[in-house]
Design a binder for this molecule. Structure first.
Ligand code: ADP
Length: 154
């Protein structure tokens, strides 16, 4: 059976932290689906089309990486696409506590799924999309924090 993982998130925008986790996971799975969650309660900063376009640019040379969008429960999306793993990055102990409950509940809802965690490399521990948005809003340069393949004009 193919090892298919989804990497869920909003990627608003994608950061070097996301990029690092996905690239390090490529050798572990036959396919990784980057799953952009569409959350009606959360207002987007960048339009979904822009985020998809950036992800395509970053992973253009990775044939096992696909980009899709989804709404609703992550486990329902996993069933739909035949994924048996959910990939997540762990930055801090707070991430661990948060991820543990989601991972355990997901497993209870869909026993065929397992969550796989990769530890963040130290240089990206402090990085998240919200900080990058703050830098942009306040006129700073986001380039050191987003993948080299994308240009965010600000
Ligand atoms: P968003 O895309 O909305 O920021 P999350 O914060 O849930 O969504 O991030 C999606 C996934 O990427 C999570 O597994 C998260 O742990 C991981 N991630 C986010 N930032 C980093 C980072 N700097 N280093 C490693 N993993 C990260």
């Amino acid at each position: 059976m193919d090892k298919i993982a989804i990497f869920p998130g909003s990627f608003d925008p994608i950061t070097r932290g996301h990029e690092s986790i996905i690239k390090r996971a490529v050798p572990l799975f036959d396919k990784i689906i980057i799953a952009i969650g569409e959350n009606i309660q959360k207002e987007d900063f960048f339009p979904i089309e822009t985020r998809i376009d950036w992800l395509h640019k970053v992973f253009i040379s990775y044939s096992s990486v696909e980009i899709m969008t989804y709404s609703g429960l992550t486990v329902d999306f996993c069933k739909k696409v035949g994924a048996n793993y959910i990939l997540r990055g762990l930055r801090t102990s707070a991430d661990f506590e948060f991820e543990r409950s989601i991972g355990q509940i997901n497993k209870q809802m869909y026993p065929e799924i397992d969550t796989v965690f990769l530890l963040t490399t130290p240089e990206y521990t402090a990085l998240n999309s919200s900080i990058v948005r703050d830098i942009i809003i306040n006129g700073g340069d986001p380039a050191p924090f987003v993948p080299e393949a994308i240009k965010i004009t600000h």
